[in-house]
Write a protein that binds this ligand. Structure first.
Ligand code: AMP
Length: 542
């Protein structure tokens, strides 16, 4: 027997329409490429998006077409997403930090028909456009007066394009499983692979992220959306924001500590989301300037493990609650969230912190388990660690174009490539990426745990750990450190600092100091590049 409820497909056009009807005046504040601040609201974003949809339709863009966006977080970028979504075209976010070869590959692989870009990226795309023959128009997201001289093919000014439209367009009306957005993983091996979100999966992840057990988003929140829209589906905030009616503050290209502080303070932000590197820059700025964070109540940290020092400093010095979360492009991306649940609420601070520093528990729409190398399930005892597998309605079942073949096992589980444990309370903890874990004497050392312990050293700005070959132990850890400006420290200082914070046999065999640690396109430490840099290095213990 079928239920007698209405057939109301979960298509994402309904999100911005809801925002237009129910909280049209709520603001979207954007930092532009030139540093200036502009303001609009959900009502205007909706109207602009409808005009854009009709302009695109007149130019022949239709259901299923892929359109690239290479842009910072700003209101025009949001309008573009919804303008595409409404008519069933697909936003394809392009990460400007990708190597040109990867960029050319993904634009061609996705067969993008147009690319929307911020002024910042004009010359990058001018240089590479000849390898993107399928792109008919490059739309520069600027005001008419800012339109530059450019050799970009079919160059259009965003404002002119919008004016071609009249807003008379039919949105939605297609199946909720229709493709909605495309984001390529930055994959350290092989070509990037396209993760293709559906309207249904975006709607579900947006609602899931809004829940109290996740971000707890409400219309009273002011959200500084630092996580770039080109990173892992913008952590669902482009959907959660207009669903919940959060005022959104978009930082554009400026993500240094001072600029982030100015927006947090100036716009009275209550909530924000970013990777640990951004928070480290902010905390360093606050330490130097002596400024405080009177309005901020909580921050979401994910993308890499949250170091203990960040959580403690936010807690103790600024009264800001850190919500640690794990996810990946393939999980839309919210996979787990770490919250203080009743079972740990009574624990002393240090003990509670050890739970909060784990990556946390999955929401309803994510199932999770760990398995050994043979694929057998491992116990949830907090001790056993193995391959982390997930499944659910907002998790990839294949990559765009069938690249990579079958990515699910026969029971529908997706192998995340992460190694993790799950404790009896259900909190998952990432040990490492499976390829970064250090195999020493048949046991595993977590490079993440070592990095997080080492970065607590007062002189450390950033730390990375990689496994180096060792004839007796197979691999041993090498700690690589960037010191804060003006600080000095020796290898022995770091080793002394780590005593008591890590298992004895985890002690790095050496500590080296560098000016800079390489990062990948989504801001994560690039272990691949570090391994290349240190390929001829020999540990003193060899
Ligand atoms: P991406 O698809 O680029 O977002 O990368 C996803 C990967 O980032 C995951 O598979 C993890 O290895 C890593 N990651 C994301 N969040 C966390 C976290 N909170 N702690 C540790 N690793 C994380």
């Amino acid at each position: 027997m079928q239920g007698l409820m209405q057939d109301w497909p979960l298509t994402c056009d309904k999100i911005i329409t809801h925002a237009k009807i129910n909280h049209p005046e709520r603001e979207i504040v954007s930092r532009q490429v030139d540093g200036s601040i502009t303001r609009t609201n959900y009502g205007e974003v909706h109207d602009q998006a409808r005009k854009l949809s009709s302009a695109l339709q007149k130019r022949g863009i239709k259901l299923g077409d892929r359109i690239g966006t290479m842009a910072w977080n700003n209101a025009r970028h949001l309008e573009t997403w919804y303008g595409l979504i409404g008519i069933g075209a697909i936003y394809h976010t392009l990460n400007p930090r990708l190597f040109p070869e990867q960029l050319k590959y993904i634009v061609t692989h996705a067969d993008d028909r147009m690319i929307f870009l911020d002024l910042t990226f004009v010359s990058l795309l001018e240089t590479n456009q000849s390898a993107m023959p399928g792109v008919q128009n490059f739309v520069i997201m600027c005001a008419r007066a800012e339109m530059p001289e450019t050799t970009l093919r079919g160059a259009l000014c965003y404002e002119d394009l919008i004016d071609e439209g009249d807003g008379d367009v039919h949105w939605g009306g297609f199946d909720e499983n229709t493709a909605c957005g495309l984001c390529y993983t930055s994959g350290t091996t092989g070509n990037p692979k396209g993760v293709l979100y559906s309207h249904r999966s975006n709607m579900l992840i947006g609602m899931t992220a809004a829940m109290g057990g996740a971000l707890g988003a409400t219309g009273s929140d002011v959200c500084l959306m630092v996580v770039p829209m080109f990173h892992a589906n913008a952590w669902a905030l482009t959907f959660t924001g207009p669903m919940a009616g959060m005022k959104l503050v978009m930082p554009g290209p400026m993500m240094d500590g001072k600029s982030i502080y100015e927006l947090l303070e100036g716009e009275k932000c209550s909530f924000s989301a970013a990777v640990p590197t951004v928070w480290l820059m902010l905390l360093n700025y606050l330490e130097e300037s002596g400024n405080k964070l009177p309005h901020l109540s909580r921050v979401l940290i994910g993308g890499s493990a949250c170091p203990r020092a960040i959580m403690e400093t936010f807690d103790k010095d600024y009264g800001v609650q850190v919500i640690h979360a794990w996810g990946m492009t393939e999980t839309s991306p919210l996979g787990t969230v770490s919250h203080i649940e009743p079972e740990i609420a009574h624990l002393p601070y240090e003990e509670q912190l050890s739970y909060r520093l784990k990556q946390g528990k999955p929401p309803l729409i994510v199932e999770m388990k760990i398995t050994d190398d043979a694929g057998a399930d491992l116990p949830r005892d907090g001790q056993a660690y193995g391959t982390l597998k997930v499944r659910g309605p907002a998790i990839s079942k294949a990559y765009f174009g069938g690249e990579g073949g079958d990515i699910l096992d026969e029971d529908g589980w997706f192998d995340t490539g992460d190694v993790a444990s799950i404790d009896p309370l259900g909190y998952m903890q990432i040990t490492d990426r499976s390829k970064d874990v250090i195999k020493s004497g048949g046991e595993w050392i977590s490079s993440i745990d070592l990095e997080n312990a080492a970065v607590g050293h007062p002189a450390a700005a950033e730390c990375a750990v990689i496994g180096m070959p060792h004839p007796k132990w197979d691999e041993r850890p090498l700690l690589i450190v960037v010191l804060k400006d003006g600080e000095t420290a020796t290898a022995q200082n770091f080793k002394d600092f780590l005593v008591g914070k890590i298992a004895k046999w985890w002690m790095p065999d050496d500590v080296v100091f560098v000016d800079d640690i390489p990062h990948g396109p989504t801001g994560k430490i690039s272990k691949l590049d570090l391994r290349k840099t240190f390929k001829d290095y020999v540990l003193p213990t060899v």
